[in-house]
Design a protein around this ligand. Sequence first.
Ligand SMILES: [Zn+2]
Length: 449
Amino acid sequence: MFFGGALSHMAIRRATLTRAFATWGCLSGTPSRILRLVRVVALCSLPVLLLACEDSSEVRGPAVDAGPLDGVVADVEVDAVGDAAVVRDAGVGDGGRSVDRVERFTWVDIPDGRSEPVEVELPPDVLSLTLVVRGEGLFFYVVGRLEGPEGQVLVAEGPPDVEPTPQERFSGGPFPGPFASPNRSVSAAFSVAAMMAPNNPGVALTPGLWRYRLLARDGNGDPVSSRARVTALIKRGPSPQVEGTLDLHLHFTGARGWTAATAPRDPDLSRAIERTRAFYAGIGVTLGEITYDDISETYRTVDAGMQVGSTLERMFALGRYDTGVNLFFVDRINSIFGGDTVGGIAGGTPGPTLHGGTSRSGVAVATALDPDPAAIGHIMAHETGHYLGLFHTTEITGVSDQIPDTGEGREGADNLMFPTVTRGSAQLSDGQGWVLHRNPSVLPLGGER
Ligand SMILES: [Zn+2]
């Protein structure tokens, strides 16, 4: 058993971090020790974890028991099974700038842990490709290869000339090669995975015939035969999007006394939303529709454990909106560090974009960690950033994001995607905005800037 990869972010109290890393140690140079510790922890079926660290890092998924991937990719004919395409208007922001979203639903067989390549044709005006993978409950999935018409490889099981570092193996969970790829690809947790390309300004999609391949592993990291349903979301536009709008769907458990009836007029929640709004306004994304729904009080405390059907997973499945991002306000999120340490969790990096109702269809925001609306607004925006495809500026393993204008290590502490919560000033960079505008959930708004 290992932790999944990018079930993103647990923002941690700094005091707790100090205690935690007195036990775990920060990862600089000690991955084997961490892996040993994680192995012990993982045996307790404990959760996908992201920790923040005083000196900037975070724990993501360790590759315990996963073994090295072989890096060999066979040259096999394409075999897309049951492919059906639906073209629909993706929704157009108020500015009337039209962008199509093409959805292709494909069943993909994954014999012995690796599918044949599956084709997807990208149009001349492609902005991004997002693959949402829904498989079986007890298996991990990842987009393990993505290759373009000119032979460019954005995701590989073993990227050429790249030997994943111990830190990348730790962060990449059962799939270190895809994690170390030019366009990072990770497994969030059991049964659901997603990948967006490009997810950093250093890679580019070109029109033409692309091929992707899925990998599947069981909880021990061993290859398994499985089948998954893949949705390919192709975002298109006449020019790169620079202004967009994002819907937020807020779900209330009764935590902090907020309900769907009271929340729209609650001054503290309004302050939190305004903080979230300000982060996104900085990169040209406005908040669109905001909805308010109640869910059962039984989710006021959720368990971030790895088991299928955890309270966290069941809560995320209540996020039935298939636009924007579902946010869930809870009191606390239980983890091995206790319920007063984890600020938030996202259903993936990215989450299952535009797919409501899955075990990863949302982000959880703990309101008891720091009740200050500024902190809550920070967590809301940070987890939303993960869900839309942003990684931490630097993970606890020391692995940096692939975005050149975010600071390294503690130099990234003023960035929204630094792994600790702050009430202080923080922002998103232009490079991060470049990524966010490619997510299909961020609808186009207005013209060019
Ligand atoms: Zn995070």
